[in-house]
Design a protein around this ligand. Structure first.
Ligand SMILES: Cc1cc2nc3c(=O)[nH]c(=O)nc-3n(C[C@H](O)[C@H](O)[C@H](O)COP(=O)(O)O)c2cc1C
Length: 139
């Protein structure tokens, strides 16, 4: 099964990069930013992102648009300060480009300004590792 990991991180805290590094370690596969297009078709794309102003960054949407013909299924992995997921926004983009998105997703709260200090934490990383291994081992 061909798997790729892509992420976009914006804030200085690099929370999404931390989640991407966790996925990378669990799957023993490099996590690249969304500046790196897919070079061949993949069955599973772990797309790691965060909520900014109730939405996902346009670089996530542009990546989906550019790579729509190479993506089997997107798995959304994301964080936000409020606990709200980016799933709806990512699904909307996937629907627009006719990309399949799994209804299984991973979300955790993460730090922003003074909220959720030290998140993602060890428990978040453990849960995320379980999430990705479960998908990879059951596909
Ligand atoms: C510019 C900006 C806007 C944000 N807007 C929201 C928001 O609307 N809702 C929310 O729950 N969290 C919001 N957050 C919190 C981020 O979703 C959270 O800190 C995330 O982990 C940031 O990931 P990053 O460090 O990879 O950029 C915002 C953060 C930033 C930097």
């Amino acid at each position: 099964m061909a798997i790729e990991i892509r992420y976009f991180t914006k804030s200085k805290k690099g929370n999404t990069k931390k989640l991407a590094d966790c996925v990378s370690k669990a799957l023993e596969k490099e996590a690249l930013t969304v500046d790196n297009d897919l070079t061949e078709k993949v069955d599973t794309l772990f797309l790691i992102n965060a909520m900014y102003a109730y939405n996902v960054d346009k670089r996530i949407k542009k990546f989906l648009e550019r790579n729509k013909d190479k993506i089997g299924t997107v798995y959304n992995i994301n964080s936000s300060a409020s606990g709200a997921s980016t799933y709806k926004a990512v699904k909307k983009a996937c629907d627009k480009y006719n990309i399949n998105i799994s209804d299984k997703e991973f979300h955790c709260r993460a730090s922003w300004i003074n909220i959720n200090k030290n998140r993602p934490n060890e428990e978040d990383f453990k849960n995320l590792e379980e999430f990705v291994l479960n998908i990879v081992n059951n596909n």
